[in-house]
Structures are given as structure tokens and as C-alpha cells.
Design a binder for this molecule. Structure first.
Ligand code: ATP
Length: 235
């Protein structure tokens, strides 16, 4: 990419206790880009996101966000720089209403979406405003999980398998949402197992295997690399 990267990860290593799981993750994300981390179960994709956001603290290497080195910062400060994380388990409060979930995460930076902008993006959420989290469908929960991050002003969004367990029609909606966020200038790192979905939204793909980035494939070169990708993903 021509622009200076918004996020630049170099030789990222990470541990769960004594267990060394990331052995040197390297990748860049340009401003406004949608990039995926693809790889088998256990390859280290989720751990990479947890390391970037700082909730996994035992990590070394370099993570530069918007010109600032963050590898030694606590999660609270990293979030304040403008990085939002939507975990695989979505992290919404099931006993609270949609409205309550939306106002819980603190505003970290100016420029976050207003409630009206959020409802334009996710009309379902307006209709479900006073429904409890538990009453929402899987797709609505995923949309709520994304919506609450958009409110905070984060401009880099880390999404961990947003399509997991969702019906094809909802997966398609999530795809439209990601395309819309890209149009609005958000930068997105997406962890995916479903590379068909990934190919509908991403500019580039980084392949993660055994705690390392082993390849980068531009989306427009995906078809030419499909056999290689299959062997990485074991499909
Ligand atoms: P998945 O799609 O299964 O989440 P992944 O590529 O995101 O795959 P990670 O979840 O990052 O993989 O896991 C990387 C490695 O770290 C795996 O070997 C996994 O078993 C291990 N691991 C993950 N979480 C923990 C944990 N809390 N404690 C110890 N080891 C863990």
C-alpha cells in the first residue's frame, strides 16, 4: 500500500503463561483498508487480535498504531488511541437492553457515530432498542457488538469471526456492513475461517500458520492462489 500504514505489526510474539503461541507475526494495514487474517483453528489469529488490543499482556515485538508504539501500553490506553475490538463471543451484556448496551462503552475519541448514524447502518437495532440482549438473534447480537464499538470513535476495528454460526443471509448483511464501514473510512482487521466471505469484503489477506504470517495474498489474486490457500487452510 502507498499510504503509511495505520497499523504495523513486527515480529509479534506472545505467550499464554509458559506457552509460546505467536512466533513472529508481521503485517501492515493501510488507512481505510480491510485486511483479513486467515488460517486454521489454533493458528494464532485470535491471539494476534488480543495482543494488539493489549488484553494479552505477555507479548514482545512492535505494534505501531497511527505512529505510536503500543507494545508496552495497557489495554485501556491502547483503546483510547482508537482501536476497537469485537471478540468472537461478541461481549455484549445479555441482561441489558440494546439501548443500554449501546451507551455502555465510553466515548474514547471524537468522531464516533451518533445513535442516528448507527440506526441507519443497523435499522434492526432501532426496532429492538428495548429488547434484552438474550432476546436478540445471533445476527442482531453481532450487529450490536459492532455498533457499540462504532459509537466510541475507534477508527481501527478488529473483528473476530463476525460471521460464525450465522445464516447465509445474515452473513451477507455483515458483508454489506463491512463494505459500508470501509466507505466511511474505517480500517478493519477481520479474522475469518470462511475465505469465501473474506473474499467479498477484503483488500488483502494475511495467512497465519503456527503463530507466524506465512503469506500475503491480494484479494484480486485470490483465484490464482486458491490451491495454495486451500493447503494453508487444510480444506
Ligand atoms: P481459533 O479460530 O480456533 O480461535 P486462532 O487462529 O484464533 O484459532 P488462537 O485462538 O489464537 O487461534 O490460538 C493459538 C494457540 O494458542 C492455540 O494453540 C491455542 O490452543 C492456544 N491458546 C488459545 N487460548 C489459550 C489460552 N487461554 N491459554 C492457553 N493457550 C491458549
Amino acid at each position: 500500500p502507498a499510504a503509511a500504514p495505520l497499523l504495523s505489526v513486527r515480529n509479534l510474539q506472545a505467550w499464554y503463561g509458559e506457552s509460546h503461541v505467536l512466533h513472529g507475526i508481521d503485517f501492515d494495514v493501510a488507512p481505510g483498508e480491510v485486511v483479513t487474517l486467515l488460517g486454521r483453528n489454533g493458528a494464532g489469529k485470535t491471539t494476534t487480535l488480543r495482543s494488539i488490543i493489549g488484553i494479552l499482556r505477555k507479548r514482545t515485538g512492535s505494534i505501531n498504531f497511527d505512529g505510536q508504539e503500543t507494545i508496552r501500553l495497557p489495554a485501556r490506553q491502547i483503546a483510547r488511541l482508537g482501536i476497537g475490538y469485537v471478540p468472537e463471543e461478541r461481549g455484549i451484556f445479555s441482561s441489558l437492553s440494546v439501548a443500554e448496551n449501546l451507551i455502555l462503552p465510553p466515548i474514547i475519541k471524537p468522531g464516533g457515530m451518533t445513535q442516528d448514524q448507527i440506526f441507519t447502518l443497523f435499522p434492526n437495532l432501532r426496532e429492538r432498542l428495548f429488547s434484552q440482549g438474550t432476546k436478540l438473534s445471533g445476527g442482531e447480537q453481532q450487529m450490536l457488538a459492532i455498533a457499540r464499538i462504532l459509537r466510541t470513535g475507534a477508527n481501527l476495528i478488529l473483528l473476530d469471526e463476525p460471521t460464525e454460526g450465522l445464516a447465509p443471509v445474515i452473513v451477507e448483511q455483515i458483508g454489506h456492513t463491512i463494505a459500508r464501514l470501509k466507505q466511511d473510512g474505517f480500517t478493519i482487521v477481520l479474522v475469518e475461517q470462511n475465505f469465501r466471505f473474506a473474499s467479498t469484503v477484503a483488500d488483502r489477506h494475511y495467512v497465519v500458520d503456527q503463530g507466524r504470517v506465512v503469506d500475503m495474498i491480494r484479494n484480486d489474486e485470490l483465484d490464482a492462489n486458491i490451491d495454495k490457500l486451500h493447503s494453508y487452510l487444510g480444506v
